[in-house]
Design a protein around this ligand. Structure first.
Ligand code: HEM
Length: 480
């Protein structure tokens, strides 16, 4: 049985038993009970979850009846560390924060793209080159998380934490975020009475969550005050996200009463999204490429094309190596984009999404929803349903995204919920895609990477689809 019903505890033991492999378990639940299933919690303290992986329900919840499905109080409590930022807000507060974020992202868009190329060229590629020389194995997922952290950190604060240095420093902030995320995951799979008791007693993962919170607050206060000092220096032009939020605060009295808390809450979610989700997307995309040499060869072919156009062959100059592509030049590559979308389909960085019903409703598949119901939307399980992606749904096949004329099948994007959908769709989607593509193109083009034999790659039980034991690889040069 995929779910065993227990007296008093109902379905909770099955959830606990499968917590370590929750995403694959949700696939089994969908195959056994259909694409929508109510998971019942103990009768004395309800924690019912309505699980769904039906794209019609996703559309309804994300778009058509958006106003009935906020993140809700349950989400707010579980993600309390995020404060009042965009991730953790609903209704008017969300609306206000989202439009500020949009303005901040728009005005810093080209800065982030430039930064991306610079980081790959000056930090990521040289670091990987150093592994060619010593020919020892390295954890590529760890390097990717360092790259995404450094990049988003500079985009937000205008200074680098230098995690891509050769001595692999452990950054206090990154570690605190890992601890907090882990505790938040366990809040989802245990009963709220339990984790609240652990919080009260300050034990286990809840104790680490509290310590992580303190560390994050302390470091945030430092970064914010440093930025304010920078801004006071005359003639000091700042181009980073935090400076944009400080500017908003000056212009709109509305946010000034909150002091630095407004600034902290505004940027904290971006740091986590920029580092963890983008790092996960990058790692799984690369893993798929490594497991499918034919895909790698086709991507190389596309890259070679633009390389020949951009480098200076006509003047018979020796082409520069290592070569890093301009993010803008990668945008038109159909196969490369298809390969990334296909990786995001099978390995969505955010495998589940969570909403709460405000009023009674009926979902498009006929399921009745009571007010207050928590809905878990499994993006991971949806990718593995034959009725949606066909008999070959479990295979990694970039070709499914390309039509007979060689054009990208835009209509498939309606079934790819890796970035959410509707008014709350990921605000950093373009930035995330640019970060991933710039790194992957440079690595595939300049290096020949091999998975270490015998090292298995598994997803970690977490809200972000990171890898359990990393991705150990050997780095060799692509060209002698
Ligand atoms: C490939 C990388 C990324 C993936 C797969 C991803 C995925 C997602 C998903 C699934 C959501 C939830 C949508 C919902 O609640 O319905 C989301 C929201 C969000 N993401 Fe991303 N994200 C990525 C990169 C980024 C980056 C780089 C940033 C910013 C630096 C970012 C900022 C945000 C923000 C601010 C939201 C909240 C939007 C809202 O609630 O209105 N994301 N993202």
């Amino acid at each position: 049985e995929v779910i065993t019903y227990w007296p008093i505890l109902a379905d909770l033991p099955s959830l606990l038993q499968n917590a370590h492999r929750v995403n694959d378990w949700l696939v089994e639940v969908a195959n056994m009970y259909g694409s929508t299933k109510l998971l019942r919690g103990p009768f004395f303290a309800p924690m019912d979850y309505l699980l769904t992986c039906d794209p019609r329900n996703f559309d309804h919840i994300f778009k058509t009846n958006f106003s009935n499905y906020p993140k809700g109080q349950g989400y707010n409590k579980v993600f309390d560390i995020l404060g009042d930022g965009v991730f953790n807000s609903d209704f008017d507060r969300w609306h206000g924060q989202r439009s500020l974020d949009r303005t901040a992202f728009m005005s810093n868009k080209s800065m982030i793209s430039t930064l991306c190329k610079k980081m790959v060229e000056e930090e990521l590629v040289p670091l990987l080159s150093s592994f060619v020389k010593i020919s020892s194995a390295v954890d590529l997922e760890d390097i990717f998380l360092r790259y995404t952290f450094d990049l988003i950190f500079v985009a937000i604060f205008g200074r680098s934490p230098k995690c891509l240095s050769k001595d692999f420093p452990v950054h206090e902030f990154a570690r605190a975020m890992d601890d907090a995320l882990e505790a938040i995951f366990y809040r989802h799979v245990t009963h709220s009475l339990w984790w609240k008791l652990c919080r009260y007693l300050r034990v286990g993962k809840e104790k680490r969550h509290q310590n992580a919170w303190k560390t994050i607050d302390r470091l945030m206060a430092q970064y914010i005050s440093l930025k304010k000092e920078d801004l006071l220096k005359e003639g000091h032009q700042q181009t980073d996200l935090l400076s944009s939020y400080i500017q908003f605060q000056k212009e709109k009295n509305k946010y000034s009463s909150d002091g630095d808390k407004f600034l902290r809450d505004s940027v904290l979610g971006h740091l986590s999204a920029g580092r963890d989700t983008t790092g996960a997307a990058l790692s799984w995309f690369f893993y798929m490429i490594l497991r499918h040499p034919i895909v790698e060869a086709k991507i190389l072919e596309e890259l070679n094309d633009i390389y020949t156009k951009s480098s200076n062959f006509e003047n018979e100059q020796i082409p520069k190596r290592p070569w890093v592509f301009n993010p803008g030049d990668l945008k038109g590559l159909v196969y490369f984009h298809a390969a990334l979308c296909e990786a995001l389909r099978l390995h969505p960085a955010v495998p589940i999404n969570r909403k709460e019903a405000l009023r009674e409703d009926v979902l498009p598949d006929g399921t009745k929803v009571k007010p207050g119901t928590t809905i878990i939307l499994s993006v991971y399980a949806m990718a593995r349903l034959e009725c949606i992606w066909g008999k070959d749904c479990l295979e990694y096949k970039p070709e499914r995204w390309i039509d007979e004329n060689g054009k990208f099948r835009q209509e498939h994007m309606d079934k790819l919920f890796a970035f959410g959908s509707g008014p709350r769709i990921c605000i950093g989607k373009d930035i995330g895609l640019t970060m991933v593509k710039t790194a992957v193109a440079a690595i595939v083009f300049n290096f020949h990477i091999e998975l270490v034999k015998g090292h298995n790659v598994y997803p970690k039980p977490s809200l972000v689809l990171n890898m359990k034991d990393g991705m150990m690889v050997q780095v060799k040069p692509r060209f002698a």
